[in-house]
Ligand binder design. Structure first.
Ligand SMILES: [Zn+2]
Ligand SMILES: [Zn+2]
Length: 54
C-alpha cells in the first residue's frame, strides 16, 4: 500500500504550523499571556508587536 502525500499549495509554508495573525510566531509557541496579547493586537486594540519570549 502506498500512501501519497498531498502536494501543498504554494501559499502554505513548509510546515503545518499555524502562524499567529498578530505576529510572525507560531500560535503553538504562545503562552497564555502572549495568546491574549496577540488576540488583542489582532483585533486592533493594541499595536505594540508581541510579547513572545523568543
Ligand atoms: Zn502572536
Ligand atoms: Zn509573537
Amino acid at each position: 500500500m502506498i500512501t501519497e502525500l498531498a502536494p501543498l499549495p504554494a501559499s502554505v509554508p513548509e510546515t503545518d504550523v499555524t502562524v499567529c495573525p498578530a505576529c510572525p510566531h507560531a500560535t503553538a509557541s504562545h503562552d497564555a499571556i502572549a495568546t491574549r496579547f496577540c488576540a488583542a493586537t489582532a483585533s486592533g486594540v493594541l499595536h505594540r508587536g508581541c510579547v513572545c519570549t523568543r
